[in-house]
Design a protein around this ligand. Structure first.
Ligand code: MIC
Ligand code: SF4
Length: 748
C-alpha cells in the first residue's frame, strides 16, 4: 500500500477536526474523527446522529469473489475507465473444503476458472489489485496489507469491520455501493449513533478477545448495534492484541453494527511493524493524537456516546453462543447444564477453527497449546477437527512453527486458506438432512444451514482454544475448562489455561503471496464474460417505475421469525451462481420460514391455489403474468451478510415492496439500491394482520417524501379491507433510485 494515502489523510485532519470541534462545540470521539475527515464536503454536510445521511469518501474498496462479481458487473454499467479509489478483489469464498488445502485449491481453480478469469480480467483492466485463490480470506489480507489507523474502508462483505483492529472505520456494504464508489461517487450512510464500550482490566486464563464479543452479542443482541458504531476505549483496550481487536470488531457485524473501532495504540504499532509497515507505524506514532479520541471523551464519556457499556476483562469468562443465533450466549460453565435442559445433542460432530476471524498467530498458538496438552495425555480429537488458516502468511507461519503438525497429530485436517465450512462450502461426510446434531466452531455466524446446508444442525460458536478443547472431548455436555478429564492412561487431568504468543517471534513466514497488480492502462483490454456462461450474466437494467401506485399485489411470502440473508439467499452450493442473476434467483427464500407453509422455502401460488412450490417458482409465475408481489418480514429482516443477491433476486422476480417490523442496515440499503420499496410497519403489531390471501396496495407513491408515512391497504379475500400505515427511511436521492428502477439506473 502506498503510504501517501495515510500521509495525505493525516495532513488534512487537523484543519477539519478544528472545524468539527467548533461546529459541534466539544471534543471528538475517534469515530467522529474518521467520519469528519472523510466527509465529501464537511461544510455543507449535516451532522446529526441517527438522522443525517453522510456523504463520505472512502480511502479504499475491498471485494471478495462471491460479492465482487455483482459489484464489478454493476461498476461496468457506469462505463468508467478505471476504479476511482484504490480497490482490491480477494478470491476466498468460492473454494470448497473437502480434501485438504492443496487438492481443494486445485479443484477450485479448475471449477471456478470462468469466474476467476472474469474477476482477474476486470481487475487488470480497471486498475484493481487481484488476490488469487489461496492467497487468503479478504479480512485477514486487508488487515495484513491495507487497513491503517484513521482510515475509512468499505468492503463488500459484512465482516469488513475487522479493519477496526488497526484503528480505522471499515464498513461492510453491498456491491452497488462499492461499484458507485469505484465509479467516483461519494458513499452514503446514515450518520451512526455511538456505543462506547469501556474496557477495564485484562484478559486472563481462558478468556480471549472472542469472548469479549460473544459476551457483548448476548448483552446487546443481534439488532443492538443497528445504525451504530461501537467504539472501544479505556485502559483494557490497550491490553488486547491488534488481531484480537480485529476479531472483536469483525464480529460486531453480529450486533448489526455499522462498524466497530479501537483507538490507535502500541499493539497496532507492533502489528504494523511485523507486517512490514514500519513506515506507516512511525507515521501513525507521529500523528497519534489524531488517531484516538480527544482526551475529554474518556473523562466524561456519557457526554459523547449515546450508550455506554462497561466490561471488566479481568472477570470475563469464556463464552459459548448458539445454536442458530450468535446472541444466545452463556458462560461455558453453564453450557453443559443448558444442553441437558434443552435437549441439545451433546455429541459434537465437528469442531472447526480458523476462518477469517480466529486464525491469528495468537489464536492458533493458544489452540495449539491446548492440542499439545491433549496429545501429552495420549488423546486425539474425538470430533472431526478442521482448521482453516486465514491467509498464506498465517498458513506458512503455522507450518514453520510446528502448529500444523500438532493439529494433524491430534487428527485434524488443515483446509485451504479460504472461507470453506464457514460459508457452507463444506462437504460434511456424516451430515444427514432432517437430523439435528451439534457442531462447534470459532466462526462468526451460526444461522441454520450455514455450515453444512442442514438447517437442523445446531451450530455453537466459541473461541478457537475452547473449540480445540471441545474437539478433544467431543462432548458438549462436558465443560473442558472447569472439569477434569481422563487421559489415555486413565489418569485424571485438567487442561491448563491456554498460553500463546500474540505475534510470531521469528516474524511471519511468507509463501507465494498471490497478488497480481493491475495493468498500467486498461485501454484495449477486455473483460472476459463468455456469452454462454452458466456462471456469469451481464446485467440488464431493471425497469423504471411506471409512475403508478402498487395496486392489489399478491403476498409472495410472509416470513416468520429470523430472516437472515442466509434464509433469503442461501450460500453453499448457490455460491457458484453469484455472477448469474437469473440462475441464483432460484434459491430465493429457500431457507426462510413461511408463516403460511410448514416447510421452509415453499408456499402457495395464491392466484391458482397450487401449493408446495418454491418461492422462485411462484414469483416466476407472477412475473410471467406481469404481476408484481409483496414480501412481509419480521424483526431485523436481512440480518447478516452483505450479499445483495438477497435484494437483487426479489427485484429480478418482480417483488416491488418489502414490509417488515425492522431491517438490518446493509440489507435495507441493498433493497433501496435495487429499486424495491423498503417499508416498516408503523405499528409492528400490524404484521399479525397480514393473511395469505390478502391483496396489498401501497398508494400515494407519486408524493413519496422523506419522513412521510405511506398508506398500505389490505384487501381481504372476503371483500373487506383495512388501511394501515408504513414508515420508511427513504431520502430525497433515494426516491430518485426508486423512480429510476435502481440506484444504478439513476446514475445513467
Ligand atoms: C458471510 O460471512 O456471511 C459472507 C459469506 O462472508 C457474506 C458475504 C457473502 O454472502 O458473499 C458477508 O458476510 O457479507
Ligand atoms: Fe468468509 Fe466466514 Fe469470514 Fe464470511 S465470516 S468472510 S464466509 S470466513
Amino acid at each position: 500500500m502506498s503510504i501517501d494515502l495515510a500521509k495525505n489523510l493525516y495532513a488534512k485532519m487537523p484543519d477539519v477536526f478544528a472545524k468539527a470541534r467548533k461546529k459541534f462545540g466539544r471534543g471528538l470521539t475517534l469515530s467522529e474523527k474518521v467520519l469528519v475527515s472523510h466527509a465529501d464536503d464537511f461544510d455543507t454536510q449535516a451532522w446529526e446522529r441517527g438522522k443525517a445521511m453522510l456523504a463520505l469518501r472512502p480511502d479504499r474498496v475491498a471485494m471478495q469473489d462471491a460479492t465482487a462479481q455483482m459489484a464489478i458487473l454493476q461498476f461496468m454499467q457506469a462505463n468508467k475507465a478505471q476504479a476511482a479509489v484504490p480497490s482490491t478483489i480477494h478470491c476466498d469464498h468460492l473454494i470448497r473444503a473437502e480434501m485438504g488445502s492443496e487438492k481443494d485449491l486445485l479443484r477450485a481453480v479448475d471449477e471456478n476458472a470462468e469466474v476467476y478469469n472474469f474477476l482477474a480480467s476486470a481487475a487488470k483492466k480497471y486498475g484493481i489489485g487481484f488476490w488469487k485463490p489461496g492467497a487468503g480470506i479478504i479480512h485477514q489480507v486487508v488487515l495484513e496489507n491495507y487497513a491503517f489507523p484513521g482510515s475509512l474502508i468499505i468492503g463488500t462483505d459484512s465482516h469488513t469491520p475487522n479493519g477496526g483492529g488497526l484503528g480505522g472505520l471499515a464498513i461492510g456494504v453491498g456491491g452497488a455501493d462499492a461499484g458507485e464508489v469505484m465509479a467516483g461517487l461519494p458513499w452514503e450512510v446514515l450518520h451512526p449513533k455511538l456505543i462506547g464500550i469501556h474496557l477495564t482490566g485484562k484478559l486472563s486464563g481462558w478468556a480471549s478477545p472472542k469472548d469479549v464479543i460473544l459476551y457483548l452479542c448476548g448483552l446487546l443482541t443481534v439488532k443492538g448495534g443497528t445504525n451504530k458504531i461501537v467504539e472501544y476505549f479505556g485502559p483494557g483496550a490497550e491490553t488486547i492484541s491488534a488481531t484480537g481487536k480485529g476479531t472483536i470488531c469483525k464480529m460486531g457485524a453480529e450486533l448489526g453494527a455499522t462498524t466497530s473501532v479501537f483507538p490507535f495504540d502500541q499493539k497496532m504499532v507492533a502489528y504494523l511493524n511485523i507486517t512490514d509497515r514500519a513506515d506507516l507505524a512511525n507515521l501513525a506514532i507521529a500523528n497519534k493524537s489524531l488517531l484516538v479520541a480527544d482526551p475529554e471523551v474518556s473523562q466524561s464519556p456519557e457526554k459523547y456516546y449515546d450508550q455506554i457499556v462497561e466490561v471488566d476483562l479481568s472477570t470475563l469468562e469464556p463464552h459459548v453462543v448458539g445454536p442458530h443465533t450468535p446472541d444466545l450466549a452463556r458462560p461455558i460453565s453453564k453450557m453443559a447444564a443448558e444442553a441437558k435442559e434443552k435437549g441439545y445433542p451433546v455429541q459434537l460432530k465437528a469442531a472447526l477453527i480458523g476462518s477469517c476471524t480466529n486464525s491469528s498467530y495468537e489464536d492458533i498458538s493458544r489452540s495449539a497449546h491446548i492440542a499439545q496438552q491433549g496429545l501429552k495425555a495420549g488423546l486425539k480429537a474425538k470430533a472431526p477437527f478442521l482448521v482453516s488458516p486465514g491467509s498464506e502468511r498465517i498458513y506458512n507461519t503455522m507450518k514453520r512453527d510446528g502448529f500444523l503438525e500438532t493439529f494433524e497429530q491430534l487428527g485434524g485436517t488443515v483446509l485451504s486458506n479460504s472461507c470453506g465450512p464457514c460459508i457452507g462450502q463444506w462437504k460434511r461426510a456424516d451430515g444427514v438432512k432432517g437430523k439435528a446434531d451439534s457442531i462447534v466452531s470459532s466462526f462468526n455466524r451460526n444461522f441454520p444451514g450455514r455450515n453444512d446446508g442442514i438447517s437442523e444442525t445446531l451450530s455453537f460458536l466459541a473461541s478457537p482454544e475452547v473449540v480445540t478443547a471441545y474437539a478433544i472431548t467431543g462432548d458438549l455436555g462436558f465443560d473442558p475448562v472447569n472439569q477434569t478429564l481422563k487421559g489415555a492412561d486413565g489418569k485424571e487431568f485438567k487442561f491448563l489455561p491456554p498460553v500463546g504468543e500474540e505475534l510470531p517471534a521469528k516474524g511471519f513466514a511468507k509463501g507465494e503471496e498471490g497478488f497480481v497488480a493491475p495493468a498500467a492502462s486498461g485501454e484495449g483490454l477486455t473483460v472476459e464474460v463468455p456469452p454462454t456462461s452458466e456462471r456469469l450474466q451481464l446485467l440488464q437494467p431493471f425497469p423504471r417505475w411506471d409512475g403508478k401506485d402498487f395496486e392489489k399485489l399478491p403476498l409472495l411470502i410472509k416470513t416468520k421469525g429470523k430472516t437472515t440473508t442466509d434464509h433469503i439467499s442461501p450460500a453453499g452450493p448457490w455460491l457458484k451462481f453469484r455472477g448469474h442473476l437469473d440462475k441464483i434467483s432460484d434459491n430465493m427464500f429457500l431457507g426462510a420460514n413461511n408463516a403460511f407453509f410448514p416447510e421452509p422455502g415453499k408456499g402457495t401460488d395464491v392466484l391458482t391455489g397450487e401449493t408446495g412450490l418454491t418461492m422462485a417458482q411462484i414469483a416466476r409465475r407472477y412475473k410471467a403474468k406481469g404481476i408484481g408481489s409483496i414480501v412481509v418480514g419480521d424483526e431485523n429482516y436481512g440480518e447478516g451478510s452483505s450479499r445483495e443477491h438477497a435484494a437483487m433476486s426479489p427485484r429480478f422476480l418482480n417483488v416491488r415492496v418489502v414490509i417488515t417490523k425492522s431491517f438490518a442496515r446493509i440489507h435495507e440499503t441493498n433493497l433501496k439500491k435495487q429499486g424495491i420499496l423498503a417499508l416498516t410497519f408503523a405499528d409492528p403489531k400490524d404484521y399479525e394482520k397480514i393473511e395469505q390471501q390478502d391483496r396489498i396496495s401501497v398508494t400515494g407513491l407519486s408524493s413519496l417524501a422523506p419522513g412521510k408515512p405511506v398508506q398500505v391497504t389490505i384487501h381481504r379475500a372476503d371483500g373487506t379491507s383495512l388501511t394501515i400505515q408504513a414508515n420508511h427511511s427513504i431520502t430525497e436521492p433515494q426516491i430518485a433510485w426508486f423512480k429510476a428502477g435502481s440506484a444504478l439506473n439513476a446514475l445513467n
